[in-house]
Design a protein around this ligand. Structure first.
Ligand code: DSN
Length: 390
């Protein structure tokens, strides 16, 4: 690279990533093959439209790339192309979710999604997101006592509010989601069921977490979390007489986006192939085993883990413990100084401000890629404990 400044920054970031322990639950480390696809000449090509129906000439190769990517996506999750369609053009998770609402929810319609402060995502209808400006959020949360979802409460809320769409899927909920119960709730309310599986996609692919596909109308997902691909997203849509697949494609392009990032789509295809291997399945199982061991050790050391544990890669840790511990921001700062990267995070029913909440969110996906096993996470729990003690 001739640009010395950017070259230096890339080298610095590479060194930083090597030096620290990465516990950001939504990050991972991609393979050299994924990086190679991202840095390829495919970035030079405009390919507005879809395979076989492009607005520019010269798209014979990009058609092959996008078609292969779609095939791999469906195959990875065991979906037949007769029953499911996938759009691999969303630039990332937020635009993917907005595309779904644009396609299926009239302006001012209702999105029933988890509140941000209880573990949901901005694009599940939060007021500071466009999804909360153009549509109305019907927020739900967890049960105060168990800190897990209470499906009877959700059913009553959906029956009362009659949302257009119900979103199951979270950024800070560590437990298994009962997708069948969500299906029943959506059916009773006459709503679409969308699952945002961004956090758990790699675990679903590796069969370490239940699949949402038997129950959902739509499944959105980023590719760069547990699925270990490039920053990107996909929208899976059930094909039926309602023609949702066509509505979704139109919402992505020309509704919201212009030319797809073909280098990114090629990199997604590479990641999907990697995720279909026995090695990835082993990885996904290890991610969950590591999270169990990590949560268990932190609990033994006296820390409060939200909901009492985890079923995934993600742990929400109460560092404040009603004043017995330290606030989330201080926890995150102290850990960063010690070379451990986490994010501060609100805990359900947090009494502190979102800028300095009561907890941190940690995940095992990234360091499991670096071959960490249960004993490494148990050791790490002790290191964290000594950094975080008041
Ligand atoms: N920022 C992602 C996360 O950390 O979960 C969600 O968009």
């Amino acid at each position: 690279m001739k640009d010395a400044q950017i070259k230096k920054f890339i080298a610095e970031e590479k060194a930083r990533q090597k030096k620290v322990i990465n516990l950001i639950a939504s990050e991972n480390f991609v393979s050299p093959d994924v990086l190679e696809a991202l840095g390829s000449e495919l970035t030079n090509k405009y390919a507005e439209g879809y395979p076989g129906k492009r607005y520019y000439g010269g798209n014979t190769v990009t058609d092959k790339v996008e078609t292969l990517c779609r095939e791999r996506a469906l195959k990875l999750f065991g979906l037949s192309p007769e029953k499911w369609h996938v759009n691999v053009q969303p630039l990332s998770g937020s635009p993917a979710n907005v595309a779904v609402y644009t396609a299926l929810v009239p302006q001012g319609g209702k999105i029933m999604g988890m509140s941000l402060d209880q573990g949901g995502h901005l694009t599940h209808g939060h007021k500071v997101s466009a999804t909360g400006r153009f549509w109305q959020q019907v927020p739900y949360g967890v049960d105060r006592k168990t800190e897990t979802l209470n499906y009877a409460t959700l059913k009553a809320l959906a029956a009362k509010e009659k949302p257009n769409i119900i979103v199951a899927g979270f950024t800070a909920y560590p437990r298994v989601i009962d997708f069948k119960k969500f299906r029943d709730i959506a059916d009773a309310a006459g709503a679409y069921l969308m699952v945002d599986m961004s956090h758990i996609a790699g675990l679903v692919a590796g069969k370490a977490y239940p699949s949402p596909f038997p129950y959902a109308d739509i499944v959105t997902s980023t590719v760069h979390k547990t699925l270990r691909g490039p920053r990107s997203a996909m929208i899976f849509v059930r094909k039926d007489e309602r023609g949702l697949d066509k509505l979704i494609d139109k919402a992505v392009f020309p509704g919201l986006q212009g030319g797809p990032h073909m280098n990114q789509i090629a990199a997604v295809a590479v990641a999907l192939k990697e995720a279909a291997t026995p090695a990835f399945r082993k990885y996904a199982a290890q991610v969950v085993k590591n999270a169990h061991a990590f949560a268990d050790e932190l609990t033994k050391l006296g820390w409060r883990i939200i909901s009492g544990g985890t079923d995934s890669h993600l742990i929400l840790m109460d560092t404040w413990m009603n004043g017995k511990g330290i606030p989330g921001k201080e926890a995150s700062d102290r850990l960063e100084k010690a070379g451990i990267i986490v994010n501060k995070n609100a805990i359900p029913f947090d009494t502190r401000s979102p800028f300095d909440p009561s907890g941190i969110r940690i995940g095992t996906a990234a360091e499991t890629t670096h071959s960490f096993k249960e004993k490494d996470f148990r050791k790490l729990a002790h290191r964290m404990d000594s950094v975080l003690r008041k």
